[in-house]
Design a protein around this ligand. Structure first.
Ligand code: SF4
Length: 319
């Protein structure tokens, strides 16, 4: 069975090194429930008190500053993602899945059958942090079978690693991109940014599927409707996320300036988690959301028109 591996030794060393007595731990959904048992032993041995954050932990950008400033821990342990933000007192503990030999062989077979039946001999290999070791193994073994998986460094040290908002590692010299991971979030980001088809190998469900750039183009056309509605709106809210990795104050001020220059009214709004419900009270015609660059995927489901900063710039450049 596939095991989720958390580097407890690294957590222990960080606590000892920082002589931390009060430690705030954050982790993504699905991992929080495991923490109690995992941390019990450390708590007893190191005379440390752990406090588990119930805040969201969607990405490495997602540091709960409100909770940190209230609790004032000696150390924050962020479980789940590779380091993204340089902030003192935060230690990143990436998660990784461990596969036994039979599981890896099965995934290799699924991948090989899919690629060879599609006549593909070369792909650009990408994965989220949890599956990077598996991707490296697949690269080595696929070579034996005549398939080349190219690995490129993105903005992170690790070759092949992508985030939802950072997919430079997918820009190899190959027509198709292989994404090893679960869910569609990262694959959509890759396809949007590269204009390529993405072959998704999900190691948990052991399924392989194709996300074609044509599907993505359909989503992009839907965004044009939102942009048209925004163009006709008069009263705007410019919404800034206060999460450290998503806090872009300069862009928010610039958005307000662009709107006012084009005869619209604009108010600046700050919130930690951007949601349509939290904005209902404002009763504005349209929102410009300055937060995670991937927010436009969610905005498509909002009832009130909402656009990103990039979309705002496109609208008023054309106007
Ligand atoms: S900004 Fe968005 S996509 Fe990037 S790491 Fe944060 S949550 Fe993930």
């Amino acid at each position: 069975m596939v095991e989720l591996y958390i580097d407890i030794k690294k957590i222990e060393n960080a606590i000892k090194k920082n002589r931390a007595k009060k430690v705030l731990v954050q982790a993504p959904a699905g991992v929080k429930m495991k923490l109690n048992n995992l941390l019990q032993d450390l708590e007893n041995r190191l005379y440390t008190t752990f406090i588990i954050s119930a805040d969201s932990c969607f990405g490495a950008c997602d540091i709960p500053i409100g909770t940190i400033s209230a609790i004032k821990p000696d150390l924050v342990i962020h479980i789940g993602h590779e380091k993204m933000i340089k902030m003192k007192g935060i230690v990143y503990i990436p998660l990784r899945y461990e596969f036994n030999h039979a599981e890896k062989e099965e995934l290799l077979r699924i991948l090989y059958e899919h690629l060879s039946s599609s006549g593909i001999k070369k792909v650009c290999g990408t994965a989220t942090a949890q599956y990077l070791l598996l991707l490296k193994w697949l690269k080595k073994e696929a070579k034996r079978l005549g398939i080349s998986i190219l690995l490129k460094k993105g903005r992170h040290e690790k070759k092949g690693m992508v985030l939802g908002c950072e997919t430079k590692a997918a820009e190899c010299n190959a027509e198709n991109v292989l994404f090893v991971g679960d869910g569609f979030f990262h694959a959509i980001g890759i396809s949007k940014n590269t204009g390529k088809n993405v072959i998704i190998l999900d190691p948990l469900s052991k399924k392989i599927s194709l996300l074609s750039f044509k599907d993505i183009e359909k989503k992009l056309i839907k965004r044009n409707f939102a942009m048209l509605k925004a163009y006709h709106a008069k009263n705007f809210g410019v919404v800034m996320s206060t999460k450290p990795g998503q806090f872009f104050e300069r862009e928010a001020f610039e958005a307000k300036r662009i709107l006012e220059k084009n005869g619209r009214k604009a108010v600046l709004i700050a919130t930690e988690i951007v949601s349509e419900t939290s904005l209902l009270d404002f009763m504005l015609d349209c929102y410009v959301i300055i937060a995670c660059p991937r927010i436009s995927d969610d905005l498509a489901h909002w009832k009130t028109p909402a656009i990103t900063f990039e979309e705002l710039k496109t609208i008023f450049k054309k106007a």
